[in-house]
Design a binder for this molecule. Structure first.
Ligand SMILES: C[S@@+](CC[C@H](N)C(=O)[O-])C[C@H]1O[C@@H](n2cnc3c(N)ncnc32)[C@H](O)[C@@H]1O
Length: 240
């Protein structure tokens, strides 16, 4: 099966993903709020709670975008948070936000690709990824590299869209994601593909148990998942 990509062009998926997020960056936060009815903030808070007992000091937020997951992680009182992303456009808005919140010393947003980023082995106590893994060009390569930079005993928490399997939520979700999301996305972001790609990429991505299997394959210990909001999203967690 060919990979689902934003613009269906011959460019590598990574380039298309970076271009798409550069294009929609100016509307990303607004659309997140509208399309999830604000629930995305609660989902990230739930993820952060999963790291509370660990009290991580060094945190890596992968696919940080405009920095919302990194900002949510400040609740853990870490010493340093580094956010990496392949879209400079997204991080530009993130850096402005951090400055306004006076968090620009605690959180650094840097250009970096999950699949190739070359932090030393065992660098971070915790890694978070919000709505990022679905966009990786090579999922296993990305996860293995994140495992490499996580300290032994460290924890990864991944938040990703998922799809409900039960009637009538499944039917409502299909309608919402197939028609409403692309319509609103196009209207606000002016990118005709971005919010259709969202739905296509969620459908093509390994759901729940299947993603847990991928995490197992990438050497994470005890991976598990918890569905959120009737299965619309899921939190995956594992240790090293
Ligand atoms: C949907 S946004 C999520 C932003 C943020 N984590 C959040 O929770 O709102 C997905 C982000 O993943 C980034 N991304 C995709 N593939 C990546 C990769 N291989 N390495 C780093 N970032 C990546 C995109 O550039 C984009 O900013």
């Amino acid at each position: 099966m060919s990979a689902v990509t934003p613009y269906n062009s011959s460019d590598p998926k990574k380039d298309q993903v970076a271009e798409m997020f550069d294009n929609i960056a100016f509307r990303y936060d607004l659309l997140n709020g509208i399309l999830s009815f604000g629930t995305h903030k609660g989902w990230r808070r739930k993820c952060v709670k999963k790291l509370k007992a660990l009290q991580p000091k060094q945190i890596l937020d992968v696919a940080t975008g405009t920095g919302d997951f990194a900002i949510a992680c400040t609740k853990l009182n870490p010493v340093k948070i580094i956010g990496i992303d392949i879209s400079e456009g997204m991080m530009k808005f993130g850096r402005e936000k951090l400055k306004k919140l006076n968090l620009d010393k605690l959180i650094d947003l840097k250009s970096g690709d999950a699949e190739t980023v070359d932090f030393p082995y065992n660098s971070f106590d915790a890694i978070t990824v919000g709505f990022g893994v679905r966009n990786f060009e090579n999922l296993e390569k990305g996860l293995k590299n994140l495992n490499r930079v996580l300290k032994p005993g460290g924890k990864i928490v991944i938040l990703e869209f998922s799809y409900p399997r039960k009637f009538p939520i499944k039917q409502f979700y299909n309608f919402y994601f197939t028609y409403w999301t692309p319509f609103i996305g196009k209207l606000f972001s002016k990118d005709t593909r971005a919010y259709s790609y969202l739905q296509e990429s969620v459908k093509a991505f390994p759901n729940n148990e299947n993603f847990v299997s991928v995490m197992n394959k990438c050497d994470f210990k005890n991976p598990s998942f918890q569905t959120l909001s009737l299965g619309v999203a899921a939190i995956y967690e594992a240790t090293k």
